[in-house]
Design a protein around this ligand. Structure first.
Ligand SMILES: NC(=O)c1ccc[n+]([C@@H]2O[C@H](COP(=O)([O-])OP(=O)(O)OC[C@H]3O[C@@H](n4cnc5c(N)ncnc54)[C@H](OP(=O)(O)O)[C@@H]3O)[C@@H](O)[C@H]2O)c1
Length: 334
């Protein structure tokens, strides 16, 4: 598996990271998750060469971190462990964000909540250091902590050795610039896929200018870009993917157009002897400014398949042909 640096941190991580959101379970992922299967998935990812694992306290209210902690027990030194702070549910500090499984989630980057969060994450992950500690979402009004105050807290955690590098996520270009000015930012995590390329306009170039690692998420569009979510697949109410309410690409008419496009990639999957998921991962990693991509996996077989996408190199003519196809779909959904 190819590796790349996480910005200027000196940390090398596999270009494909395992996204552990689905391993937290919950209504948004449609069915209950089996922790034993999740542990097997994480271990299969490590065996397949993935070193980067991305989780967060918010994924299943601590469950994803706990499962990751169990899975990496005895292998901690082989893992680049990335988790996050900033989504808070313990009390009324922070600003209301959304509901997850009937529980209100708040956004807080106050130094007092971040200091509590890091201890909770270390305990759940069964480790005494986190490799990459990322702010999950920027703080918002009414309880909007100045970026400089949060960054000062993160820099202190770094000095204390509790975290090795600092990352941000879901920031605007202006927020990114303010974070970079305030401390040692190594990475930025954001949504980016063949079907969601808005970051090409501003965020990706800004990350390149600042020598930041980029951790793209939902690059498989929650499974749609693997080609395995057919027209007949249904999702339970509350699943992100049901009705296309949350992700318009899942609306039946859009799904059909995406599947038709993926069918046209067949000559490429044959040429490169790869699956559609691997082609998607390789295309994402080949885009200007993208250094790492996170791929969620519920089962070991998915993690193994996705890992192999990290070693696939597509030539520039084929990359351009794929781009032409995805640009042809633009009008319909997002
Ligand atoms: N910072 C943020 O705000 C943020 C937001 C979103 C995600 N993330 C991070 O990014 C990671 C990746 O995003 P994501 O998990 O939302 O979406 P994703 O990687 O686009 O999709 C993951 C889902 O796709 C399906 N899948 C994956 N590999 C497959 C394969 N080879 N064959 C068939 N199906 C496959 C699985 O769903 P089924 O098994 O249900 O089919 C899996 O749960 C997350 O886990 C998380 O770590 C961060």
């Amino acid at each position: 598996m190819r590796t790349r640096k996480l910005g200027n941190s000196g940390i090398e991580a596999s270009v494909v990271g395992l996204g552990a959101w689905v391993l937290g379970g919950g209504t948004v992922w449609g069915k209950d998750t089996d922790d034993a299967e999740s542990i097997a998935t994480i271990r299969a990812a490590l065996d397949a060469g993935i070193t980067l694992i991305d989780t967060a306290p918010a994924y299943g209210f601590g469950r994803s971190e706990e499962v990751v902690g169990k899975a990496i027990h005895g292998r901690r030194d082989k893992v680049v462990l990335a988790t996050k702070c900033g989504l808070w549910w313990d009390d009324q500090r922070g600003s209301y964000f959304c509901e997850f499984d009937g529980r209100p989630m708040r956004r807080s980057l106050r130094p007092d909540t971040v200091t509590t969060e890091v201890e909770n994450s270390l305990r759940r992950l069964g480790t005494d250091y986190i490799d990459l500690y990322q702010t999950h979402w920027p703080a918002i009004d009414p309880d909007k902590t100045p970026i400089a105050d949060t960054m000062a807290c993160l820099m202190k955690l770094k000095e204390q050795g509790k975290i090795r590098a600092i990352g941000v996520s879901n920031v605007s270009p202006a927020e990114l610039a303010e974070n970079v000015a305030a401390g040692d930012v190594a990475s930025n995590q954001f949504r980016y896929s063949m079907l969601y390329r808005a970051p090409e306009k501003d965020i990706l170039p800004a990350c390149q200018r600042n020598h930041l690692a980029t951790l793209t998420y939902m690059s498989l569009e929650q499974g749609l870009l693997t080609g395995k979510v057919g027209m007949d697949r249904t999702f339970t109410p509350g699943d992100f993917r049901s009705n296309g309410d949350w992700n318009p690409w899942y609306k039946v008419e859009n799904r059909g157009r995406v599947l038709a496009m993926l069918a046209r990639f067949k000559p490429l999957t044959e040429k490169y002897a790869c699956t559609t998921a691997q082609l998607t991962i390789a295309w994402t990693l080949a885009q200007s400014g993208v250094t790492h991509t996170l791929a969620g996996a519920r089962r070991a077989i998915q993690a193994q398949e996705n890992a192999r996408g990290g070693d696939l190199l597509i030539d520039s003519k084929d990359l351009a042909a794929i781009r032409k196809e995805v640009e042809g779909l633009d009008e319909s959904a997002q």
